[in-house]
Design a protein around this ligand. Structure first.
Ligand SMILES: Nc1ncnc2c1ncn2[C@@H]1O[C@H](COP(=O)(O)OP(=O)(O)O)[C@@H](O)[C@H]1O
Ligand SMILES: [Mg+2]
Length: 276
């Protein structure tokens, strides 16, 4: 854009109308050449960034697909031997005395734990089969909170609910949504081992339904925030690292989006938006 009255206050309007730069009159050939050169360079950089972003998305997807295939394979290989081990152990339990039975019970509970872990891994590798129906998001939030109550009080966490009661209905698969919210809220609770505040809020308008889960826990560095959706990424000794990938899968299959903001030692804020 060429102007006779260069005025910084006009810059926003100039940019809004699609110009990249403006030149003050009188116009010199050099000035125009420079401006065009800058604009061309800018365009080139934007195109290069788009290409790189597309490449990163493809390689992320390939990595996840490979992980899913490996996970499915491992889960499959382990499932049947585990079932046999459980049967043998239960048989053995009936044959031994009381003192040995204590040890056999430990074996059995370890096998059960392994079986549950294997099921989670198999679940992660399976495509979701959703059956959405009209559901009140607030009801699911309250249910999940109630299930988490023992962990919440054990960590001396106070909860703050800001639920929009006017309308929080949407089309959801209940089991999947419950599972996703359970993972997100459990993460928030686990991030506050020494207490804190768990805030959950919902808001709705005609176009969108929004859910925010915020904690005042340990938070994450930028590097952690980048990695947290990767399957099997965990910083917990007992963690499996499948909670967030599962939650994201569920939310995206409901045409929702999940965004995370986090700061070390300050806390984490998760915003989920559904556009029904
Ligand atoms: N609310 C949170 N606050 C801090 N860190 C979090 C939070 N949620 C997730 N994380 C980080 O992301 C990692 C992956 O989470 P997740 O996929 O649920 O697996 P898991 O809980 O089994 O570790 C966690 O180990 C933790 O480091
Ligand atoms: Mg988790």
């Amino acid at each position: 854009m060429i102007t006779g009255e260069p005025n910084l206050a006009q810059v926003p309007e100039i940019v809004r109308s699609g110009a990249y730069d403006f030149i003050a009159k009188p116009v010199l050939k050099e000035a125009i050449l420079k401006a065009v050169e800058r604009a061309a360079e800018n365009r080139r950089l934007i195109a290069a960034r788009r290409r790189l972003e597309a490449q990163v998305a493809v390689s992320q997807q390939e990595k996840i697909t490979t992980l899913q295939q490996m996970a499915a394979q491992v889960a499959h290989e382990v499932k049947n031997p585990l079932a046999s081990l459980l049967l043998y152990s239960m048989h053995l339990r009936g044959m031994v005395g009381e003192r040995e039975a204590i040890v056999v019970d430990k074996i059995i509970s370890t096998i059960n734990h392994l079986t549950r872990t294997t099921e989670q891994i198999a679940n992660f590798a399976r495509p979701l089969d959703l059956v959405p129906r009209r559901l009140n998001l607030n009801v699911v939030v309250r249910d999940v909170l109630q299930l988490l109550e023992p962990h919440i009080s054990a960590n001396r966490i106070s909860t703050q609910l800001e639920l929009d009661e006017s309308c929080a209905h949407g089309m959801f698969d209940e089991t999947a949504l419950r599972g996703a919210l359970m993972n997100l809220m459990l993460n928030a609770v686990q991030a506050m081992p020494d207490g804190g505040v768990l805030t959950i809020s919902t808001a709705s308008n005609e176009a969108k339904l929004r859910l925010i889960i915020a904690d005042t826990g340990v938070g994450m560095t930028e590097e952690q925030t980048r990695k947290m959706f990767e399957p099997f990424y965990t910083t917990k000794s007992q963690g499996l690292g499948l909670g967030l990938p599962y939650a994201r899968k569920v939310i995206e299959q409901h045409h929702g989006a999940i965004r995370i903001e986090s700061r070390p030692q300050e806390g984490t804020r998760i915003e989920i938006t559904f556009s029904p």
